[in-house]
Design a protein around this ligand. Structure first.
Ligand code: ARG
Length: 459
């Protein structure tokens, strides 16, 4: 059955249901660029090894480039009977140049070929994701700079805890994204390694200069074990894991924006162009975009579990199960890129409500720790100070007032150490600027963090 690449030992045609079920072309056609790029490099390496003469290398290269242009223009037809992208490109090559084209697969298997294509695809995707992640960070930095000295409540357990700068809060996400980008960089190092030369599983019998081919394809080295090279997809799993973490970070910020835009918090307003309405309730303005990003995080977790589960029981080496990695990979790349892209735009469409943010800091004894620290500076131990401030809070709550509303005599009744400098010490701004410690919310520290971020983002 010669119409299949592997048809030599078959006596009958493949059942069309099998063709349909087996085919990956419906989704792996997306690897066409990488497949051609890989074959271009591979034929040069075959030329260098003396397996294909240099003039035939030229003929094959020209034909591959022509196929590239045809696909780019949409002048190429994909057909389920031809299984996958590798088969399509090889067939198209043979259609163009006949016997010469039949030499391209010498010493190569689709097993090492698909590993290469996947690695090249992820390389390009990681570079692209890194670019959009950087844009997102830049947007965070810009919003932080614009609101440098705005004060908001910092929370633990979703209870108001201590005053912090809005810029400090936003830069927390900058840091998360910075680590996400570092993780992608590390994944890229392990991904950008050449598997070709491994052939089906045991290595090719043709003397291929793998280091040369690795350089041709701008890769950072060659795989060290042919069986590992064709059968592991750990680089796929770690790419999706890194993406899952990044999405988790985005999702947390989304959750905050959703909360902050409620009537209950009333900290922000998302511009009309980035919100949607309800078909029945005329008063509604819904934060659909952050909700969707939060929701899509689940898809990426699902993709990670799909790939890990798909891999866990397959014996060495290649097994067709591994074809199931493609859709999770493509979905992850698209979801992460789109989420970062829309989030970058959304950030610029958020209006923070300064008075409401500050109002929330003024109520609920957020400066209680600072009152205790004040007593410590006057000579009390911290544990005693904690109790004293606890007593003050109980009294204030009973009267329904804040610390500021209590006069000095009332204050002094809890500790003689309290003097009239107390009111300055518990102003939210003082509390913030008392935290001029590296990593803290003091304004000088946040300015330094912003400068550092700007510097890092220049790269
Ligand atoms: N479509 C296959 C995949 O994605 C390509 C490799 C097929 N190899 C094989 N021996 N059938 O994994």
């Amino acid at each position: 059955m010669k119409e299949k690449l592997w048809g030599g030992r078959f006596k009958s045609f493949t059942d069309k249901n099998v063709d349909e079920f087996n085919a990956s072309i419906g989704f792996d056609k997306r690897l066409w660029r990488e497949d051609i790029e890989g074959s271009l490099g591979y034929c040069r390496a075959l030329g260098k090894a003396g397996i294909i003469s240099e003039d035939k290398v030229e003929v094959i290269s020209d034909a591959l480039k022509e196929i590239y242009r045809e696909i780019e223009k949409g002048d190429f037809s994909f057909d389920e009977g031809m299984e996958d992208i590798h088969t399509h490109i090889e067939k198209a090559l043979i259609d163009k140049v006949g016997d010469i084209g039949e030499t391209i697969h010498t010493g190569r298997s689709r097993n090492d070929q698909v590993a290469l294509d996947t690695r090249l695809f992820l390389r390009a995707s990681i570079i692209e994701i890194d670019r959009v992640a950087r844009e997102f960070q830049l947007s965070l930095v810009e919003v932080a700079e614009k609101h440098l000295d705005w004060i908001i409540p910092g929370y633990t357990h979703l209870q108001r805890a201590q005053p912090v700068l809005l810029s400090h809060h936003l830069l927390a996400y900058y840091e998360m994204l910075k680590r996400d980008r570092q993780r992608y960089e590390e994944v890229l190092q392990r991904t950008n390694i050449l598997p070709l030369g491994s052939a089906a599983l045991a290595g090719t019998t043709f003397g291929l200069d793998r280091e040369f081919l690795s350089r041709e394809l701008k890769m950072d080295g060659i795989t060290s074990n042919s069986m590992d090279a064709v059968s592991d997809r750990d680089f796929v799993a770690e790419f999706i894991f890194t993406s899952a973490l990044l999405m988790m970070h985005l999702s947390r910020l989304c959750e905050e924006l959703i909360l902050w835009s409620t009537e209950e918090f009333n900290f922000i307003e998302i511009s009309d162009s980035f919100a949607t309405g309800s078909s029945i309730m005329p008063q509604k303005k819904n934060p659909d975009i952050p909700e969707l990003i939060r929701g899509k995080t689940g898809r990426i977790y699902g993709n990670l579990i799909s790939v890990l589960t798909m891999m866990k029981g397959i014996p060495l080496t290649y097994n067709k199960d591994m074809q199931e990695d493609k859709e999770p990979i493509f979905d992850t790349v698209d979801t992460v890129k789109n989420s970062l892209g829309i989030f970058t735009l959304l950030l610029k469409e958020i209006q923070f409500k300064r008075n409401n943010l500050y109002g929330a800091v003024e109520k609920g004894y957020l400066v209680a720790t600072d009152l205790a620290d004040y007593l410590v500076r006057k000579g009390m131990t911290f544990r005693k100070a904690h109790y004293v401030v606890g007593d003050i809070i109980l009294a204030a709550q009973k009267k329904g007032v804040e610390f500021n509303d209590m006069n000095l005599n009332e204050m002094k009744s809890f500790s003689a150490l309290i003097e009239d400098d107390i009111y300055e010490a518990i102003k939210p701004f003082s509390c913030i600027n008392n935290r001029n410690i590296p990593g803290g919310t003091g304004i000088e520290m946040v300015k330094a963090a912003l400068n550092k971020a700007r510097e890092d983002l220049k790269l």
